[in-house]
Design a protein around this ligand. Structure first.
Ligand code: 4AD
Ligand code: MG
Length: 467
């Protein structure tokens, strides 16, 4: 007999038939006449109630049915007599596929969720936390968002491009890249002057893990028109915050002929579509997260879908921040980079909706951003979200070869290493624009979780690469 998922069974209209379900035990409770086993198989946040009558299943025969054990249950799917569920399964046969010793299984259920175990403690058992309601919900929402990303771009004529994970250029990530090498750390080969001889390394040169697929994405956009990347990126910055990971996933669309305005339109429509998708397809999981963690979650998600984002320039934002009554830890002055406290003031206090900041001072932005006519600012664009701060960073790109190489020289970006990139400007250059969306920041926003380490299965951050 084929197994049916808990999700299918709970919404089934076809009652009074034999079914087979395979799942993990969440709880078992009851009395000497009847035992109730709550089963979850990951297909939904909800559990299926299995009823085991004592005449067929004496309590003694159920002693291995403890929280965390895996079972296969055959029985009749019937309308439930109890409240709290529409259907239940009256067991005729229960097979224990795998026991979970209650003395050692770390995820014991208390009340409606794992209220007894903190999210911090669950991080220490990241390999088991998908068994909890919370992480089940987060992982299903994460999946739905990843699917929605591909669907959005496919529907809009974008091509998915795979950019390299190991990169031979460190131009964009100076100082914060992870080295990739096969040289022995104790005795690396040395050149005549005593420095490490990377000519002997696997690739015959120094290589790193990528910090962004953008530069390669630009090459593809100059051929395919509209492209996006969606892959892992790595940053060795020592940021021990609830918003930073050392390994995270980034989505980077890049579009030929788009200018800053088009880039903003794309970012806004894209984000709203993703949130709308989650609201439509993850209703049960989001309701659970709303009830357990963040009572304003659903209202906040809806408000992002319903309200146009506020667009203003960096210069205008600095004026607002200078007039703010709030005391900031870091002072604001034209030319300084905005801190997360400033971004959140604009979004959460001043405008009370997502904000797109544009035209930042050239000194605080990357070399590839297009210079504005005033020569002081660049066509940068950051999207700031409530509770998150920066969720997207992007820009219109400098398409002019002479201006781009001048800026690279000013910023000490090695042109010889990026000769391949400069070919886009040498041959058939065109205006183009793109951005990067941090996928975990999106998942953080949509799930209402407080820490980015809780929205990726195996978080990597300073001093932590367990599992
Ligand atoms: O602003 P960033 O650094 O932009 C770029 O990398 C550009 N190459 C993107 C582009 O124009 N194609 O990063 C983009 C986004 C940020 O807005 C943030 O959401 C996320 O990536 N991000 C991080 N997410 C988690 N942990 C980190 N350490 C992150 N650093 C950036
Ligand atoms: Mg940024």
């Amino acid at each position: 007999m084929r197994r049916t998922t808990v999700k299918e069974l709970l919404s089934s209209q076809e009652l009074d038939r034999e079914v087979l379900v395979k799942a993990w035990v969440r709880t078992r409770r009851g009395n000497k006449y009847v035992q109730f086993i709550a089963l979850n198989d990951g297909s939904t946040i909800h559990t299926l109630q299995v009823v085991a009558a004592a005449e067929q299943f004496p309590e003694e025969s159920l002693k291995e049915i403890t929280t965390g054990a895996c079972v296969a249950v055959r029985g009749q799917l019937v309308a439930s007599q109890g409240k709290g569920q529409a259907v239940e399964v009256q067991a005729t046969e229960i097979t224990v596929l795998g026991t979970a010793n209650p003395e050692t299984y770390p995820i014991q259920r208390r009340g409606s969720d794992q209220k007894g175990i903190s999210l911090e403690a669950l991080r220490e058992i990241a390999h088991l936390r998908p068994r909890t309601n919370t992480f089940g919900a987060v992982l299903r929402v994460r999946h739905a968002l990843a699917f929605a990303v591909h669907q959005y771009f496919n529907d809009h004529g974008f091509f998915y491009v795979h950019t390299p994970i190991i990169t031979g250029s460190d131009a964009e990530g100076a100082g914060q890249m992870f080295r990739v090498t096969t040289l022995p750390p104790e005795h690396p080969p040395r050149t005549a002057d005593g420095s490490v001889d990377f000519a002997e390394d696997f690739f015959g040169k120094q290589t790193n893990l990528t910090v962004s697929g953008q530069l390669e994405g630009e090459l593809a956009a100059m051929a395919l028109g509209s492209i996006y990347t969606f892959g892992p990126t790595f940053r060795a910055e020592n940021s021990n915050t609830a918003r930073h990971l050392a390994e995270f996933w980034m989505i980077e669309p890049e579009v030929a002929f788009n200018e800053l305005e088009d880039n903003m339109d794309l970012a806004e429509d894209f984000l709203q579509s993703l949130v709308k998708y989650a609201l439509a397809h993850c209703a049960d999981d989001l309701q659970f997260l709303n009830d357990q963690y963040d009572k304003e979650l659903l209202a906040r998600l809806q408000s992002v879908v319903d309200n146009a984002f506020q667009r203003l320039t960096y210069t205008e934002a600095v004026e607002i921040l200078k007039l703010a009554k709030q005391k900031f830890e870091f002072p604001v002055d034209w030319g300084t980079d905005l801190q997360s406290e400033h971004e959140r003031y604009l979004v959460e206090k001043h405008f009370k909706k997502p904000v797109i900041l544009t035209n930042y001072p050239r000194e605080i932005k990357a070399f590839y951003m297009k210079l504005d006519d005033d020569g002081r600012t660049v066509r940068a664009m950051d999207v700031l979200f409530p509770g998150i701060g920066e969720i997207i960073g992007g820009s219109q790109r400098e398409e002019d070869y002479a201006k781009l190489t001048t800026r690279m020289a000013e910023m000490h970006v090695p042109a010889d290493e990026l000769d391949w990139y400069l070919d886009t400007r040498r041959f058939g250059t065109a205006p183009h624009a793109g951005f990067g969306l941090g996928f975990e920041r999106l998942v953080l926003f949509v799930t209402g979780m407080a820490n980015i380490r809780d929205v990726i299965p195996f978080p990597r951050y300073p001093k932590n690469a367990a599992f």
